[in-house]
Design a protein around this ligand. Structure first.
Ligand code: AMP
Length: 222
């Protein structure tokens, strides 16, 4: 039974939002949604929507707000997959997206925005060496590969480098993060919803910090 928590995970690309979103969702019994995964899946299927998004993603640019907000709004609508609680990964990424999220949620506001705080040099290294399973999205690093070369230990899928994990696109995404996404942190801080956790350590350690912060702030034990 879902406890209805409404959470977003914030942090630079490579901070570990994707990994933690899966763990938090499972632990708290809520669905998680990664807008980046939605776009990659649609691009893989070759839909017009996905191919349009891919044009922005491959260059490291943000997909326009109207497109992204449309996706989230549909999922949050009554009966939608996020209607009874959620953890969002990769959304919001601009002030406008954050404001629209508050508008759509209305009085049933967000419970917490969790910032996974990681220094720039660490995320640059993580992104450059990151490899991702095409099947289940499990994340590896060149220094910690799957047992059989580039076959996923979990699902047997191909483990590949993302099209937007090139040096050029990584630099561009981190620049855009500072310009467009970092101001959201201030917005959540001012409205008392920001929880900051240290994002350096093993994924188990970081997960423990996130759950402790959420439970302390919301009083919900999940
Ligand atoms: P991610 O998997 O979260 O790193 O997202 C991969 C790419 O998808 C980003 O670099 C953007 O091009 C696009 N994207 C994902 N989420 C958003 C969003 N909320 N707003 C705009 N673009 C997004």
């Amino acid at each position: 039974m879902s406890n209805g928590l409404r959470l977003v995970l914030l942090g630079k690309q490579g901070a570990g939002k994707g990994t933690q979103a899966v763990l938090v969702a499972e632990h708290c019994g809520i669905p998680h949604l990664s807008t980046g995964e939605v776009f990659r899946a649609q691009a893989g299927l070759g839909t017009a929507f996905g191919l349009e998004a891919k044009r922005y993603m491959d260059g490291g640019d943000l997909v326009p707000d109207d497109i992204v907000i449309g996706v989230i709004e549909e999922c949050l609508a009554p009966g939608g997959m996020l209607a009874d609680g959620f953890v969002l990964d990769g959304f919001p990424r601009t002030l406008r997206q954050a404001e629209e999220l508050d508008r759509v949620l209305g009085r049933r506001s967000l419970d917490a925005a969790v910032l996974i705080d990681v220094p720039h040099a660490v995320v640059q290294n993580r992104l450059a060496g990151r490899r991702v399973c095409r099947g289940c999205q499990r994340v590896y690093h060149v220094d910690l590969p799957p047992e059989r070369p580039w076959i996923c230990d979990t699902c047997g899928g191909d483990v590949v480098q993302r099209d937007d994990d090139t040096d050029e696109a990584i630099g561009r995404r981190l620049e855009i993060y500072e310009r467009d996404t970092a101001p959201i942190i201030e917005m959540y801080r001012l409205s008392g919803r920001l929880l900051t956790v240290d994002g350096v350590g093993s994924s188990e350690e970081i997960f423990g910090r996130i759950v402790a912060a959420i439970e302390a702030a919301t009083g919900v034990s999940c």
